[in-house]
Design a binder for this molecule. Structure first.
Ligand SMILES: [Zn+2]
Length: 333
């Protein structure tokens, strides 16, 4: 759980100042959509905003000491509700939204605001989103709904249009490393973020050296698949057995780097142009195929809890990376 007990991420200071100004001047929005880059701190900002409006001092920052602040930080404030997908589901369901709406319609326990946080809001299913829309259309006075989403485009436009939007971008590497050092103590956070991408909040609860090890192993497997020096079947079995979610995240980052042409080996494109069977011109794993593979990796990540044979799915992807397969598909555009 991310709460403001963690040091304030400096890359959120502009958003915090904007919210603080709104609180001071009594213009707190009824509905806020925090559109975050993955792991950039959307939940943290939502928790901070909740504390801001529940703080009994009513200033531009939460005082951190009043009962309102302390209860909100301890997740024990009767006027603050967090709504997340239930454990066994990846969705926020209509019953959860109805319960929240009923709760928000009641008078505040502490005589101030009532706050509901939905995260990740892109997990609202269609029925839940419709139910939420009713609450957004007729907000009770002094209620604040905060939606946190990495992909707000998954939400209906009718919901988006009723929310004030705050964009939380991925921080610079140096800022993220400095913040992790402050939050978790000194470690090789740079190596950890090399694995996770610019997502310091994903790194927050991880073991940085373990992350770096898995990341390095994952990358060397992918590079070996490209040069045909490792067996796709064995590699797929190994991945499916251990740390698969993290490995798929690394795979996604690795592909993204290659698409940008900035990978450690200079990118697919460079390598492909250098290959002898490319005399016909364009790269055989063309940009469309690379994006296609990226989509498939993302789909695999999104369905990790579904009963699929992930070893087989991975093996199919790995075979397409192997030189023999790339040579065969060389002529196709
Ligand atoms: Zn306070």
């Amino acid at each position: 759980m991310t709460t403001p007990t963690i040091p304030a991420p400096p890359w959120l200071s502009a958003e915090m100042a904007a919210l603080g100004g709104a609180r001071e001047s009594g213009r707190v929005p009824h509905a806020l959509l925090i559109h975050e880059a993955p792991g950039a701190g959307g939940d943290w900002l939502a928790a901070w905003a909740a504390q801001l409006v529940l703080c009994t001092k009513g200033g531009a920052t939460p005082c951190g000491e009043c009962p309102g602040c302390r209860r909100a930080a301890a997740l024990q404030h009767p006027d603050l509700a967090w709504v997340r997908p239930l454990e066994e589901s990846r969705q926020i369901r209509i019953e959860q939204v109805r319960e929240l709406s009923a709760d928000l319609a009641l008078t505040s326990h502490a005589g101030g605001y009532k706050v509901g946080i939905l995260t990740p809001a892109d997990a609202l299913n269609r029925f839940a989103a419709n139910a939420l829309l009713k609450t957004l259309e007729e907000p009770a006075p002094r209620t604040v709904l905060i939606l946190v989403a990495t992909q707000p485009s998954r939400l209906p436009p009718t919901i988006l249009s009723r929310c004030q939007r705050l964009r939380v971008r991925a921080p610079e590497r140096a800022a993220a490393v400095a913040w992790l050092n402050a939050a978790r103590g000194k470690a090789d956070w740079d190596a950890a973020l090399e694995v996770l991408g610019e997502a310091p909040f994903l790194a927050l609860n991880a073991d940085p050296s373990q992350l770096a090890d898995i990341g390095a192993d994952t990358r060397s497997t992918l590079d070996a698949l490209l040069t045909g020096t490792t067996d796709p079947v064995g590699a797929a079995e190994r991945w499916a057995r251990s740390d698969l979610p993290l490995r798929l995240l690394c795979f996604e980052i690795w592909l993204t780097e290659h698409i940008r042409g900035g990978g450690p080996t200079g990118g697919f494109l460079t390598e492909m142009r250098a290959a002898p069977y490319l005399s016909g011109g364009g790269p055989f794993l063309n940009i469309r195929e690379q994006f296609g593979m990226l989509d498939e990796v993302r789909d695999l990540r999104a369905t990790l809890d579904a009963p699929l044979n992930r070893g087989l799915a991975l093996e199919a992807l790995f075979r397409r990376l192997a030189p023999a397969s790339r040579a065969r598909s060389g002529g196709r555009g």
